[in-house]
Design a protein around this ligand. Structure first.
Ligand code: S3P
Length: 174
């Protein structure tokens, strides 16, 4: 089993889909934000506030190198900006969770923990800026993706089934 690298914009449901895939497969999952938080013993929000975004991106780079050299057979869920890592393709099969910006925001706002979800993401504080960031990133996400899953109006279980099916098909071809 090659690693699966889940990419996509903040709030698109990478974590929820990863947890669902784990329930229906033999994959173990790790999350790049969780790895960074445990290494630094700080929340992402605090790292952004105290150390700045550049420092955070450098931590992501270290994690990317480690994933490439040391992690196998794993479903890797990533932060929304992790796709910029140069060695991304070497880490595993890239799966993009895709949805229009408005749908992503709608999904977050409908969540019972909406306030917490918005608060913990520094780059979602200003929705106008976040929308711009989305527009800047989307073509990059699409270019990198081996597999694209449109998550609009689908729950995590539906997305996870689609993911496993497409990964299997992709694996036969590559
Ligand atoms: C970021 C996304 C966040 C987190 C950090 C920066 C981004 O992860 O890594 O706040 O640049 O898009 P999620 O995509 O899990 O929210």
């Amino acid at each position: 089993m090659k690693n699966i690298v889940l990419i996509g914009f903040m709030g698109v449901g990478k974590g929820s889909v990863a947890r669902e895939v784990v329930k229906h497969s033999h994959y173990i999952t790790v999350d790049t934000d969780d790895l960074i938080e445990s290494m630094e013993n700080k929340k992402i929000k605090t790292i952004f506030e105290e150390d700045g975004e550049k420092y955070f991106r450098n931590l992501e780079k270290n994690i990317a190198k480690w994933l490439e050299s040391s992690v196998k057979n794993t479903l890797i869920s990533t932060g929304g900006g992790f796709y910029k890592q140069e060695n991304l393709k070497k880490i595993g099969t890239i799966v993009l969770l895709d949805s229009p910006f408005d749908e992503i925001i709608k999904r977050i706002k409908e969540h019972p923990n909406a306030a917490k979800k918005l608060k913990k993401r520094p780059l979602l504080k200003d929705l106008e800026k976040a929308n711009k960031l989305y527009d800047e990133r989307r073509s990059g996400y699409l270019k990198l993706a081996d597999i694209v899953i449109d998550v609009t109006n689908k729950n995590p279980e539906m997305c996870s089934k689609e993911l496993l099916k497409k990964v299997k098909k992709y694996g036969h071809k590559h």
